[in-house]
Design a protein around this ligand. Structure first.
Ligand code: SF4
Ligand code: SF4
Ligand code: FES
Length: 807
């Protein structure tokens, strides 16, 4: 390694590694050099010249953000020449700047405002008219829409190119570009209204002026009126650190809260723009009780009294086994723990689970397999990714930024093995297409090649690209196999698992099986995991058989989640008493006798576990706990109080202390560092594969010739995101992708509404004709409550065959 370099900045010596920029060396000394276009996560472009410094023996001032240090360099950051240059740069930047700070969203948090105050000229010598970009003379402002959420006011832009670099270097898209030249140069979307990639909101946060704006925040409130609360996003398992900006009881936006070990200051648009879910118009803030056929608001005391009386009777009659409770990955660790202890120890039932979206519940030994192998940071140095049964860009968006970095910085290779094509922006990746459901067989083929006992191909797929994958694995000597959403619901899940583990072993690689729901790992380890005999699938069967008569649902919505909507609806009708804890009256809550309003992110504090196993703390907004809106542990506390039985927990802190006292290995919970800590939840070493029966894919019936698949999208991944007006504005509508040959065969044209049906029901969806899907398969993107995909699914039919006809 080359020797460190010593230089002098403002009379102080500093020793830094070669390649360090002057700006970074100055920062090490605590010297702040003003910047606009510099961002340590993006390539330096030296565009704005705000960071000019004087270097001895250099005739010109140099851009400190683009100039590496040299031995013996002598730098001045506040010399008269430098200060004069800063003034000049600001005067130039302000020539065409509208100076409309009073109506600009960035006002109060604008580096251009601040630096002009610090260094800028107090008057302008420029007397000419400012250039404007008005396209419609009736329009008062120069703004135009770049996409469904983002606008640009082009005459505020200072051409720092940050937005373009974020879009290209991070998202890997080409949505934005610079049009025209000189003073008329401006940022625009390449296609009208097309700027909506999964990370678009970052451009607004990091634009150093008010040029880029979010529709959801524009003109809503001034920055200085906002209060800030540290939080963690739970809309997927990455667990991005974020800041809630709020006033009164309203959250106005989500901003990043940079944690370099997790999200590095980037948020995906789901996490960023989903802030309005908690303030949605139809959110319930009061308990509801069924009177006659409808739910009516009531006091918390009345609702709690009814539920407690019912439970008291069950306890007295020793009928705990007739009670079941399910939670969801939306809950905190503290809530999961309180639910487990209350229902296990007080009600005396083992019927507790959270896997409400699958007919293939994981077993106890399998739960430790779930999570990322290594850390998010480790992804940057993996040389080869094999994605199988997952689409990380949709399921764990911000984690893909690390993978993209591995591809761009280290020339890592990324291969998607599956039945439809996926992408990581425009970063180079390869799709190896196999027929639906044959992931285990394709993996077995690769394993056989790698282990030298390849006895020939499999007629169901093209072996050539699989041989190439095996070659790549051999060449790189290290593969990171990543699986996800499709794994959890795969009809041959155990076979899939054993093939994944076998490939990991034979390739000496890494295996990550990643959940797509937020606190999946947390709730499964803190109390909500149910052994298969107590899984939600089994609970439903017992409800249907009349064995379970009282059912509690915390933060879940089985009717919209389980792959058999009708069965859940029919089973729940047989209950004597259904209690639902939910922020909304969704279809499951509508069937309840009592609904408690559920506390959401800003209302309460607690911890989540991310996909690395990192336990992170999220805090409540001050004075946010609406009196009748409680986290699950708060509701349980009230019920316990009325029944005079069970534990009393008054805060999430107290629950963590309780856990830390009971479990030695969890003592860290009592004192969580600001940036969280990784707990070794994930362990793949001791697992012994088991193979139950393997289901073969049968031939499609003639009248239902298409295999149905469905997936979510970045902007919409379940019933909760449907409550976000912001996300719905971006998510677009539901579409069904069909192969061009199949579309021709069915006489369907692009965007035509098709009727996709089984023998019992059908839904109508517009068609996208795409060669990204196989012939004989149909892929629905997004499920909305008005047109739910799980209406087509049946729990005892592992593969769903459908017809696709003109509606
Ligand atoms: S819009 Fe903002 S981020 Fe983009 S170039 Fe202009 S000032 Fe920079
Ligand atoms: S990547 Fe996941 S955790 Fe991060 S902001 Fe997006 S949804 Fe939230
Ligand atoms: S910050 Fe250095 S040129 Fe812009």
């Amino acid at each position: 390694m080359a020797d460190n370099i010593t230089l002098t900045i403002d009379g102080r010596n500093v020793e830094v590694p070669p390649g360090t920029l002057i700006l970074q060396a100055a920062k090490m000394l605590g010297i702040v050099i003003p910047t606009f276009c510099y961002d340590d996560r993006l390539r330096s472009v030296g565009a704005c010249r705000m960071c000019l410094v004087e270097v001895e023996k250099s005739p010109k001032l140099v851009a400190s953000c683009a100039t590496p240090v040299a031995p013996g360099m002598v730098v001045y950051t506040t010399s008269p020449r430098v200060i004069k240059a800063r003034k000049g740069v600001l005067e130039f930047l302000l020539i065409n700047h509208p100076l409309d700070c009073p109506t600009c969203d960035k006002g109060g948090e604008c580096p251009l405002q601040d630096l002009t105050y610090d260094y800028g000229p107090t008057t302008s010598r420029y007397k000419e008219n400012k250039i404007r970009f008005i396209e419609d003379i009736n329009q008062k402002f120069d703004e135009i829409k770049l996409g469904p959420e983002i606008l640009i006011v082009r005459n505020r832009c200072i051409m720092c190119y940050k937005c373009i670099r974020i879009v290209r270097e991070q998202a890997g898209e080409a949505d934005l570009g610079v049009f025209k030249r000189g003073a008329f140069a401006n940022i625009h979307a390449l296609d009208e209204l097309a700027f909506a990639d999964e990370f678009s909101g970052n451009t607004v946060e990091y634009c150093p002026v008010g040029a880029l704006l979010s529709s959801s925040f524009r003109y809503k409130i001034r920055d200085w009126l906002l209060k800030h609360t540290s939080s963690v996003c739970n809309l997927c398992p990455v667990g991005c650190n974020m800041r809630l900006d709020w006033s009164g009881d309203k959250v106005y936006r989500h901003m990043s809260r940079r944690n370099d070990e997790v999200e590095q200051g980037w948020l995906c648009d789901r996490g960023r723009y989903g802030f309005d879910i908690t303030g949605a118009e139809d959110r319930i803030l009061k308990p509801q009780i069924k009177r006659g056929a409808s739910l009516e608001p009531c006091s918390f005391d009345e609702a709690a009294m009814v539920v407690a009386k019912h439970l008291r009777k069950i306890i007295d009659e020793n009928r705990g086994s007739e009670v079941a409770a399910v939670g969801s990955a939306l809950l905190s660790n503290e809530e999961a723990y309180a639910i487990r202890r209350f229902f296990n120890e007080v009600i005396k039932t083992s019927e507790i689970d959270f896997q409400t979206d699958t007919t293939q519940p994981l077993e106890a030994e399998q739960i430790d397999l779930i999570g990322l192998s290594g850390t998010l940071g480790d992804l940057e140095s993996d040389p080869l990714f094999l994605f199988v049964g997952c689409d990380p860009a949709v399921e764990q968006p911000v984690a893909t930024l690390r993978i993209k970095k591995a591809i761009s910085a280290n020339k890592a290779k990324a291969i998607f093995l599956g039945s439809y094509d996926k992408r990581l922006g425009n970063f180079p990746t390869k799709n190896v297409r196999i027929p639906f459901g044959l992931e285990p067989e394709a993996l077995d083929y690769i394993i056989s090649v790698l282990s030298g006992d390849n006895s020939g191909g499999d007629s169901r797929f093209d072996s050539e690209p699989l041989l190439k994958i095996a070659d790549l694995i051999r060449q790189t000597g290290k593969v990171h196999i990543i699986s996800g959403r499709s794994f959890f619901n795969h009809f041959n899940r155990d076979k899939f698992l054993s093939s994944l583990l076998a490939l990991k072993k034979v390739s000496n690689g890494k295996l990550s099986i990643l959940p797509s729901q937020g606190n999946f790992i947390g709730v499964s380890h803190f109390g909500l995991f149910g052994e298969p005999e107590h899984s939600f699938s089994k609970i439903l069967e017992r409800i249907d058989a009349g064995e379970i008569k009282t059912f509690f649902v915390f933060g879940a919505n089985p009717i919209e989640e389980y792959p058999d909507r009708k069965f859940v609806q029919e089973a729940l009708k047989k209950l004597e008493f259904l209690v639902v804890v939910s922020p909304f009256i969704h279809p499951t809550a509508a069937m309840a006798g009592v609904v408690f309003p559920q506390a959401m992110l800003p209302d309460y504090g607690g911890t989540f576990v991310n996909l690395e196993g990192r336990i992170q703390l999220f805090k409540p907004m001050e004075n946010s706990l609406k009196l009748e809106v409680k986290p699950a542990w708060g509701i349980i506390n009230e019920l316990s109080g009325i029944m005079e039985i069970g534990s009393s927990w008054y805060s999430d802190i107290q629950i963590r202390e309780d856990i830390a006292n009971r479990l030695k290995e969890m003592e860290g919970l009592a004192n969580i560092p600001d940036r969280g800590f990784i707990f070794p939840f994930i362990n793949q070493d001791d697992y012994q594969s088991k193979l139950n029966s393997v289901t073969a894919i049968s031939k499609a019936p003639a009248e239902y010739p298409y295999i149905l698949q469905w997936m979510t999208s970045v902007h919409h991944n379940g019933w909760l995101t449907e409550k976000s007006e912001n996300l719905m504005r971006i998510a677009g509508h539901q579409v069904a992708l069909i192969n061009p040959i199949d579309a021709t065969h069915e006489g369907l044209v692009e965007n035509q509404i098709a009727r996709i049906g089984t023998d019992t029901t059908a839904i109508n969806i517009p068609i996208n004709i795409s060669d990204k899907v196989n012939r004989g398969e149909i892929l629905i993107i997004n499920s909305f409550s008005k047109n739910p995909v799980n209406r087509l699914l049946k729990k005892d039919k592992p593969i769903t065959y459908v017809s696709v006809k003109k509606a």
